[in-house]
Design a binder for this molecule. Structure first.
Ligand code: DGY
Length: 416
């Protein structure tokens, strides 16, 4: 059983390889995406370490002079995707790219691989460090210790209901007509609505009109939300960067320690005592989201355990209300939708991060449950982009890179 699925998973990674970088899935996402690549490396590392390193190295080939590693790298212009390079006009870096970033998983994956190839890790450390410093400067200009997103796509969790309310501030009146490509390839019921896409485009035009000037965007964007997911992933990656800096040098470890201390304090700003979970915080209105999401359970992955029992209760409720763990949004909430993109479905790379965080704090029981559900979803429904927590049906794109990668990481020996 394991062998058959592992062979399929390796084949998916090879098929999605475009020569040193991997697309998340053919046609629907025909470029290099940032956090997808980090997970692709995790998968490749189980059978081809050299190729795993290349994945991260090619990602940083597109790094902007100010440190940003963009969320999409456009090495080609593919007609199957909208909005492509001519719409983004992200031309401040060495390669055409989008103008925003994505959750910085790469540092954590590099640490995972570093022992086998310290020289390659060492070469990446200053780049990862510059990227993390960019997050602090560009996405936390007030030094609050929490990390903002300037676009729902920057969170990687595009149409999470938590973005609905802050998104109301985005003026979509000048977006005009455009043709989506995603809904021609995937059931529209599984993709964001037009009103969400209008906002996504309005925010692309907003950044583009400001020449992707990071300080102007941060100062003027109507959408500036401290995201619990991005904050947790950055804090975890900072800890991994510190460990590598202590082992290999190359970076200012005292500065990393200071950033970690700032974020440990800042993380508590995201605690919502009403619902007893970490939530996102709209920095324009100072309003905390009223609902948790699967990213709330990344606190442990970030090394934060200040509300252990309360957060475990919320997670337990999520798990009990669905057949498969972990729904991306509250399965008992009116806005929950088990098949629509980030409004409910299970994403296996989120499961991998949530489970590892739980294991770090002694919750091997929950680690085992989340891992078992993740592997069962693939056995039932294949290597889909995401899955319904209600019945496990496959959703979104298929032959998906990060789903294959998580299979390889989890089925082939990765344990808590
Ligand atoms: C998409 O096109 O749906 C992507 O998530 C954007 O990053």
């Amino acid at each position: 059983m394991t062998t058959h699925f592992s062979e399929q998973a390796m084949q998916i990674l090879r098929d999605n390889d475009r020569g040193g970088y991997t697309v998340p899935t053919a046609s629907l996402y025909p470029y290099q995406w940032n956090w997808d690549s980090a997970f692709a490396a995790l998968g490749f590392a189980t059978f081809d370490e050299d190729r795993a390193w290349q994945e991260i190295e090619t990602l940083f080939e597109a790094q902007w002079p100010d440190g940003m590693a963009p969320h999409i790298v456009f090495r080609v212009d593919e007609p199957t995707y909208f909005p492509g390079p001519s719409v983004w006009q992200g031309d401040l870096g060495p390669l055409p790219s989008s103008g925003i970033s994505q959750p910085p998983v790469a540092g954590t994956i590099v640490r995972h691989m570093a022992a086998g190839s310290p020289e390659r890790a060492k070469a990446l450390l200053p780049k990862i460090d510059a990227w993390h410093r960019w997050f602090h400067a560009a996405r936390d200009p007030q030094g609050l210790g929490i990390t903002a997103i300037t676009h729902p796509w920057e969170s990687g969790r595009d149409n999470l209901p938590n973005w609905d309310r802050p998104g109301q501030a985005v003026d979509t009146s000048t977006v005009g007509d455009y043709e989506r490509r995603d809904t021609a390839m995937v059931d529209p019921e599984m993709r964001p609505l037009k009103e969400d896409y209008d906002r996504y485009l309005a925010l692309v035009y907003f950044g583009r009109e400001r020449g992707w000037d990071r300080d102007l965007v941060a100062a003027e964007t109507p959408f500036f939300v401290a995201d619990v997911g991005t904050t947790a992933i950055l804090l975890r990656a900072e800890r991994d960067l510190l460990a590598m800096g202590e082992a290999y040098g190359e970076i200012d470890v005292d500065a990393v320690r200071d950033r970690i201390a700032l974020m440990e304090d800042g993380f508590e700003r995201l605690w919502n005592p009403e619902i007893k979970a970490y939530c996102s915080l709209d920095l324009r209105t100072n309003e905390l989201a009223e609902t948790a999401s699967s990213a709330s359970f990344l606190a442990w992955y970030a090394g934060i355990d200040s509300h252990h029992d309360e957060l475990i209760s919320e997670l337990t409720r999520y798990i009990a209300a669905a057949q498969f763990a972990v729904p991306s949004f509250d399965p008992e909430h009116a806005l929950y939708d088990p098949i629509r993109y980030w409004r409910g479905p299970v994403w296996l790379m989120m499961n991998w991060m949530i489970a590892h965080g739980l294991a770090d704090f002694g919750r091997d029981d929950l680690y085992d449950r989340i891992r078992a559900d993740s592997l069962a979803l693939i056995q039932k429904s294949g290597f889909a982009e995401y899955f319904s927590p209600a019945d496990g049906q496959p959703c979104g794109g298929d032959s998906f890179t990060w789903t294959a990668a998580i299979w390889l990481a989890w089925a082939d020996g990765d344990s808590a």
